[in-house]
Ligand binder design. Sequence first.
Ligand code: ADA
Length: 918
Amino acid sequence: MKLFNRCLLLLLILISCFHSPLQAQVQSKKITIVTLPKHHARISYGVQKLTFALKNAGYLVTERPYKGALPSGNTIIVGLLTDASIKKLAGSPNNQPGKEGFIISDNGLKNKLLIAGADNSGALYGCLELADRIDLNKKLPVNINLHDQPEMVLRGTCIGVQKPALLPARGTYEYSYTPQNFPWFYDKVLWIRYLDSLAHNRMNSLYLWNGHPFASLVRVKEYPYAVEVDDATFKKNEEIYSFLAEEADKRGIWLIQGFYNIIVSKPFAEKNNLKTQDRNRHIVPVIADYTRKSIAAFVEKYPHVGLLITLGEAMEGVGQDDIDWFTQTIIPGVKDGLKALGRTDEPPIVLRAHDTDAPAVMKYAKPLYHNLYTMAKYNGEALTTYEPHGPWADLHRTLSNIGTVQIENVHILANLEPFRYGSADFIQKCVQAMHTVYGANALHLYPQASYWDWPYTADKTDGKRLLQLDRDWIWYKAWSRYAWDSKRDRASEINYWSKQLADKYGCDQAHGEAILKAYEQSGNISPELLRRFGITDGNRQTMTLGMLMSQLVNPEKYGLFSLLYNSEGPVGEMMSEYAEKEWKQQSHIGETPVKVIDSVIVQGEKAVEAIDEASAQVTKDKVEFARLKNDMYCYNAMANNYAYKAKAALWVLRYKYSDNVADLEKALPELQTSLDYYKQLVKLTENTYLYANSMQTKQRKIPVGGNDAKMKTWAELLPVYQKELDNFKRNIDSLKSPQTQQKQKEVVVLKDALVRFENSGSSSYQVKAGEVVFSDTAAAIKNIAKELAALKGIKLSKGDQQKNGTTISFKNDRPVKVLVGFFNSKMPQYLPEPQLETDASANDFGQADIKIANAIQIDGLPPVNIHTYTFKAGSNKLTLGKGVALILGIVDADANVPVYDAGLSNEGNIKDLRWLFN
Ligand code: ADA
């Protein structure tokens, strides 16, 4: 008992010793947040986040409305500069913050701190800024007088309401909003997490991408049958969409719905006996009426949601239709909706410069509507450079100079998928280039990887799949940080990111910096590789899966996308140019392939070194760190795979001039080394990744076709690369020994299939030298590839093709392929070759690839490349857009149309080296 009493006494003494300071501490940590009555939901949201941060730092927080006087204790006042009482407290700041700006100041305010926003978003950002500082230092800052505002006016991300594969019997982008298609769309908890992260990054816009969202979201009185979801889903959609718009608005985020033109819903198409989309269709009145009314209904129902318009892909290329559609259907639709609401303000409309002549469209639209924005892809569908130039930069500048805001679209990132990317340095320089080179002032950001598979990443995990939102935090954070302010000083940025990484992985600042270094070294690899060796900036190429030798030595045979080289990198040389100059002993210009070979090898090595250095010090989030580390190893293996392959390709290109087999022999060990690195990549990814690319349709072409979700892992591609090496060895041997020299391959002579033509008036001609190819000109064949010489072509009027396009109707009992000759020229009179970068349907009939290149020589006309369009048995129609092309015959679908370059061109023969690898 005695002992108990003594203990109790001791305890009481101890408590009394600590009591007073503790109480004092609690006292000083009491704080009141005062807000003006009837404030906007954004301010409530900001105050909520601020309260949370204060409580976490140990403060006792109370909130109360302003009633004429301020409390005597520690107080934070949150309000708008437009309010007289707030303005008074702010004094008269000489630099009043502009739109979305704020002041945080305790200047002359004793125990008071003021957060004054230029507008509601500004007040929100002021709260978030203060909350961040409290989080960092665990206490309220003192002697603070901060004025800030964002540099870019729109800072947004996008989510694809789209899937990796097409739905049965549906076209590209055709996905209705249903729980079956998109379970995540109905997950409110996930939305809140995502919106919170956007707000935390000070993003103010969120774009939803879909082909035709209206039939999932609105009913149009005149077209009730157009809705393509059942009643229960329609209700759910209304509920979740309103929730999303409202929650976004609370966080200062403007929701924007994107759509492609001209797509209609399936029930609408069926009822009106139309296709849901048809690139070659001109404007049809009933579709125009339906679309206008759908837009009006949408604006009426969701007046705070903006619209993002793609005038392309499902509309005939560039032309008057685009202008008419925008000015006579879309803008009037928005105006109808506003009128029905009695509104006079105009919600923003964003016009994409994709597959359309945006400057021309804007010229006609500007007088009709005032709140217009433009948007164009920053580096195509990839991340390649912070030194853009050339014609693509000219387009951006033209759009910026219109006087409306130009938004930079960091699109799909086909060369970054699926590895982690977080080079703050590269990203900052890109945002700077958006301002300085393009004159733009807004950002639209795609997910870093797995766009088509939102919300998941491609990581193979034991349990739950990872979310992009979590995995790619640094991607979102870096772009939005520089969208807010691109001019931040580099030395402080290194500190900032090192600290972020140190906190995330529980290591000291120095090791945080090592992680940053790994990100930044690896961050140059994919951009450099694609811009120097790639075929396209489009998502038809999955760069991380590697490239075939034939693609490296003859990229022009794979639909080389010239913007990649003339705009989307620093000035430099392609491999073929480099090889030619070397042979001719001419001097080189700018970034050469050899520079990139050397630089990616070094960067791969440094990235691995840096991540290894950090490795031992990591104490937090170890599993994610291990994945990041593995990605750095992947970057290194990929860099070397490309570098050695490019070295091999340069020897092969030299052989083009030297005809010396010794040059090919020099390529062999380089190719072997490249394959060894590829094998490393297979090992590194086998158990860590589900796929390399999230678009898993036949639209994928490089390195090989991706039909039916195949050929999407490194392991699947390995046999292809092994085979090309074996073939190369064999072909070198056969070149070396004349006795075993390859026998001349037998020439396949293609034969006409049995087909009944239903076009009236068109005549046929024998496809051979001397024959006239058009009904209205004298142009005649001079030389023709031997395979084609037995076919009958259809003689069409060149003039008519230019004016109206080409339609061939026929009946066939067995599947067939139509051979179409495209003139290899960018001149507007010629029909452009199918191009997946601007037309996702460009391989719907298997027509994307060139089969026989330079197949026909006609005096005065460009060389002709043959593509084939496959049709099932039945009544068929081939519809081509406006422009001159040749219909060279129809053969059985299983006929073997060889893939090669016949070299028949008025400009002389072009050497095709692809056979070396076949
Ligand atoms: C290309 C690309 C599509 C889509 C489209 C667009 O067609 O292949 O996936 O990104 O461009 O809308 O820009």
